[in-house]
Design a protein. Structure first.
Length: 152
């Protein structure tokens, strides 16, 4: 059976970014595809897998980004640890409605938590990081200056 893939092609030419989305939720996959089309600034190929076992068996990669949907995961800490051990060079994001980055030690293994519903700015910053753009945490600190502020 062929692996389903999300292909997003943007206007600017940059190296292809290869990622993996692990989710058993078709509605999340559709939302992810929609957000990718709105925020990608480089060509992206995201493979979809329902769970870690399938993702590891598929033998894809190397991935620059691995995005894990934690909602419904029996052991979120273990899910992030497995992702990090399977793809040690990838930037790992977790997607969740409920996962608390304040109280969960798995944040030490993940690079970022993206809370649902998906937001284009967070997803864009996560995807740009492997291509040299600021990470989510750095992009969140950028404050736009009001018009005319630089001329004072």
């Amino acid at each position: 059976m062929a692996k389903p893939e999300i292909e997003v092609h943007a206007r600017k030419s940059r190296p292809m970014l290869k990622g993996l989305l692990i989710t058993a939720d078709p509605s999340l996959a559709r939302a992810f595809r929609r957000e990718l089309s709105n925020c990608a600034d480089c060509s992206i190929s995201f493979e979809l897998q329902a769970n870690f076992d399938e993702a590891c068996r598929a033998g894809g990669g190397p991935y620059q980004c691995v995005t894990v949907d934690l909602d419904g995961a029996a052991a979120p800490n273990e899910a992030v640890r497995l992702a990090r051990s399977a793809w040690p060079l990838a930037r790992i994001a977790v997607l969740s409605f409920w996962w608390s980055e304040q109280s969960n030690t798995a944040l030490e293994e993940a690079d970022v938590v993206i809370h649902k519903p998906l937001r284009a700015a967070e997803l864009r910053a996560f995807l740009r990081s492997p291509t040299g753009a600021p990470k989510v945490e750095e992009a969140a600190r950028v404050v736009e200056q009001p018009a005319g502020a630089a001329s004072r």
